[in-house]
Design a protein. Structure first.
Length: 448
């Protein structure tokens, strides 16, 4: 346990030495004594845990000194010791915020002793409250990381919480844009490994010929261009978590080496002989079906089972019901805050339009849609006209939204009109409908 540092500011040397001796009877206390206010202030940067000051110092009154202490340190407890017995002096100092006021008399030493004990206990309780708040913050950070209230998301929270309690490997699956890396980070930072390093690696972004050296590192001279030792990603993650995203992209030649690393819990750098012991949590992610990749002989079956661990399957946004509106509000608020736009509201017709769409690009697409709408809207209100869906998959996905048959018919006709440069005759021929049908729909403004 660290010593509890007490600073005594007392110009009466004899009385100061008595206080110093008295407090020193507790071996946990470290006492530093000053005879002037200025000497004490010069050392306040040392961050004492508690201060006692004499009210009548030769170079500064106690109330003035207390104000200077507060300018430098707003939290350290201060006890004023004074020969003045005027009640108004004590009341004024207590109103200013001093922790206690002790009159110099025969009982002063015992009163001070008890006061220090009380203050220290209060500080301990405050620290415990801060610690408990931090634990609560960690516990509920899942909800801050993944925003929503759907049953599908709540099931994911349950799986994530289970993952944080052990070091089991975690495999995350889900469509692109569902937040796989966010889940990996939340698991890491809410686990016992949070003080360690979180190392994300996107396997799809590394050229195949460099994957092995990136993951496992190499020694100087291991190959042409290896001018020095390189620490691999697994070593970087020692004591923490390594996150291998798009694991299905890993070449078969490297899969066997990864399997050995996971089995032996050690890594050997390319061109070296030294075995580096590993203490890591492995989290992998992919939007592909690994089981199908195993059947197609594109992924090792033994590695598949080694990676599986605790499977977490993230639902697509279209299966999360009203989470769309919760996320949209969050993205709108975030965009407004970052760009200092003031509060942005979402009109009901905009909500209706947002909830009907199926979001093939998932959360990333929703964020892009809301960001654009926040720019285009007037008077800080997003309406349906401000919302534009630009999914690259949308032109060929007429079932992307929940609509009536008539609405889908309109979409199909509009699609082919655009494709045929508004040639009504050609469009009618391709769809096997009458030209008059298209003209009537245009007249009724159904094709605008």
């Amino acid at each position: 346990m660290n010593a509890y540092n007490i600073f005594i500011v007392e110009d009466d040397r004899w009385y100061g030495e008595i206080l110093q001796y008295h407090f020193s009877l507790n071996p946990d206390y470290k006492i530093t004594r000053f005879e002037t206010a200025n000497a004490f202030l010069d050392n306040l940067y040392l961050q004492p845990d508690l201060i006692t000051i004499d009210f009548s110092l030769p170079d500064m009154r106690g109330d003035k000194l207390y104000q200077k202490i507060r300018e430098i340190n707003s939290t350290v407890p201060v006890i004023v010791v004074s020969s003045q017995q005027e009640i108004t002096v004590a009341v004024n100092l207590l109103k200013m915020g001093v922790s206690d006021y002790v009159v110099k008399d025969e009982a002063a030493k015992d009163i001070l002793w008890n006061s220090v004990i009380r203050i220290r206990e209060t500080q301990t309780l405050k620290n415990e409250v801060i610690h408990l708040k931090e634990e609560l913050r960690q516990k509920f950070s899942f909800e801050k990381t993944l925003i929503g209230q759907s049953d599908a998301l709540k099931r994911i929270f349950g799986m994530m919480e289970k993952a944080t309690k052990t070091n089991i490997n975690v495999s995350i699956t889900g469509e692109t844009g569902t937040g796989k890396e966010l889940v990996a980070k939340a698991i890491h930072y809410n686990s016992d490994r949070r003080k360690g390093t979180f190392v994300p690696v996107n396997m799809a972004a590394i050229p195949k010929e460099l994957v092995e050296s990136e993951l496992f590192g190499y020694e100087k001279g291991a190959f042409t261009g290896a001018l020095g030792r390189k620490t691999g990603k697994f070593e970087e993650a020692n004591g923490g978590t390594i996150f291998l995203d798009e694991i299905a992209e890993l070449d078969l030649s490297v899969q066997s080496k990864l399997l050995r690393v996971l089995q032996e819990r050690e890594v050997v750098r390319i061109g070296g002989n030294e075995k580096v012991k590993l203490d890591i949590r492995l989290i992998t992610a992919t939007h592909q079906n690994l089981a199908e990749a195993v059947k197609a002989n594109k992924f090792r079956e033994d590695l598949y089972y080694r990676l599986m661990g605790l499977p977490v399957e993230l639902p697509p946004l279209r299966d999360r019901n009203n989470d769309v509106l919760i996320l949209a509000k969050h993205f709108a608020d975030e965009f407004a805050r970052q760009n200092k736009l003031g509060p942005i509201t979402i009109a009901q017709d905009a909500k209706n339009k947002l909830i009907r769409y199926k979001y093939p690009g998932n959360i990333r697409e929703l964020k892009a849609v809301v960001d654009l709408a926040a720019v285009m809207c007037e008077n800080n209100e997003i309406t349906a006209d401000d919302i534009t869906f630009n999914s690259i998959k949308r032109e060929n996905e007429f079932l992307g939204e929940q609509k009536t048959l008539r609405a889908y018919t309109c979409d199909i006709i509009k699609f082919y009109l655009k494709k045929n440069n508004n040639d009504i005759a050609l469009t009618a021929e391709m769809l096997d409908i009458g030209k008059s049908t298209i003209y009537k729909m245009m007249q009724d403004k159904e094709l605008t």
